[in-house]
Ligand binder design. Structure first.
Ligand SMILES: Nc1nc2c(ncn2[C@@H]2O[C@H](COP(=O)(O)OP(=O)(O)OP(=O)(O)O)[C@@H](O)[C@H]2O)c(=O)[nH]1
Ligand SMILES: [Mg+2]
Length: 328
């Protein structure tokens, strides 16, 4: 890539969308040179990042995530905020990405000059998706987006991963409490700082009210959550764009509580440390698996373990010993 084609730091800070998009493309690149340029650029922008409120949003398919993001996004823009929406969708390689697939549900937001919407990076590995999303988040923050929303589809691991990159985790729920609670992935409810019962409109409004009180009870039965904040259960209608004010009030109150207790900074520091370690783990594993001197042994031992001729512990010890010998 020619040097002068690289996006400039100044353009990104000014919020130039083309420059932001280019920077993200560099970070997502698999070409070592482009990747390197992306990292240098990101490093130079780092001092300007970190000022946004980072919100993770999850919920089962059809709960109304896209409709909700459109509603809250437009609400926030009206309040003078600038909103970036990123997606983490480990399956996006197959589906083409959740955000792009239904951009029609975020039509107004997608076209707004104060919003930036980016679909999930299309890398099959969850760790890879996480890294790119984190880095994209930093670019967006440096570009002046002060609310970053990270959407994830409700499939297993991705919630925990999104939780490790945001400040506030918001769980959207359907108004039919009983079924929903059972259908939820274990542990997801415990991650939530805000639980929002969506579709509280028309015939479903009374159902939503019941759900709200059911969830309140359920949450109080759970052991105390990640921090000193008591999770709140709210209701909204994303379709009718009602309830956004209360949700935003709760989000601000959350930030206030955690800032006052010192947990805000602590959580961010912990997340960054964890991020470093996950990169180390990923890198090591990749080197290990691709080590030219280990290939033969890996496939032999794998076969031996799978056929029941060797204990996994024995095989793992052998491989780690060889790795140690070869990486000296
Ligand atoms: N009545 C009502 N319908 C809603 C509300 N929010 C979303 N819907 C409808 O629910 C359906 C699913 O909404 P989406 O926003 O696409 O849901 P999603 O969670 O993004 O779904 P996936 O992208 O498939 O995971 C659509 O038909 C929406 O119009 C709401 O507040 N009230
Ligand atoms: Mg959607």
């Amino acid at each position: 890539m020619v040097q002068n084609k690289l996006p400039s730091k100044a353009d990104i800070i000014k919020g130039n969308r083309r420059a932001i998009a280019k920077a993200i493309t560099l970070l997502e690149s698999t070409r070592p040179e482009s990747f390197e340029h992306g990292q240098v650029l990101l490093e130079s922008l780092l001092p300007l990042a970190g000022k946004a409120l980072r919100i993770g949003i999850t919920g089962v398919p059809g709960v109304g995530k896209s409709t909700f993001i459109e509603a809250i996004g437009l609400f926030l823009i009206k309040q003078g905020h600038r909103v970036a929406v990123l997606a983490v969708d480990p399956s996006s390689q197959l589906t083409g990405g959740s955000i792009m697939g239904d951009k029609t549900r975020m039509n107004e937001l997608a076209q707004h000059p104060d919003a930036f919407i980016r679909p999930s990076p299309s890398s099959g590995i969850l760790g890879g998706v996480a890294r790119k999303t984190r880095e994209t988040m930093l670019i967006c923050e440096a570009a002046g987006y002060d609310v970053v929303i990270v959407e994830t589809v409700g499939v297993g691991q991705s919630e925990t991963m999104v939780d490790s990159m945001v400040d506030l985790f918001l769980l959207l729920m359907l108004p039919n409490a009983g079924d929903e609670l059972q259908g939820l992935k274990k542990g997801v409810l415990e991650l939530a700082d805000l639980v929002v019962v969506n579709k509280s409109d028309g015939k479903q409004e009374s159902l939503a009210k019941t759900a709200q009180s059911e969830y309140s009870k359920a949450l109080h039965l759970l052991p105390s959550s990640k921090n000193s904040w008591t999770p709140q259960i709210l209701r909204c209608s994303a379709l009718e764009k009602r309830g956004m004010d209360k949700i935003w009030e709760a989000a601000k109150s959350f930030r206030e509580t955690l800032r006052n207790s010192g947990e805000w900074e602590k959580q961010r520091r912990k997340q960054t440390g964890k991020w470093m370690w996950s990169l180390v783990e990923e890198g090591l594993l990749l080197k290990f698996r691709n080590h030219p001197n280990l290939q033969k042994q890996i496939s032999e031992l794998e076969k031996a373990v799978e056929s029941g001729n060797m204990l996994p512990t024995t095989a793992a010890t052998k491989l780690l010993d060889s790795w140690q010998t070869h990486s000296k």
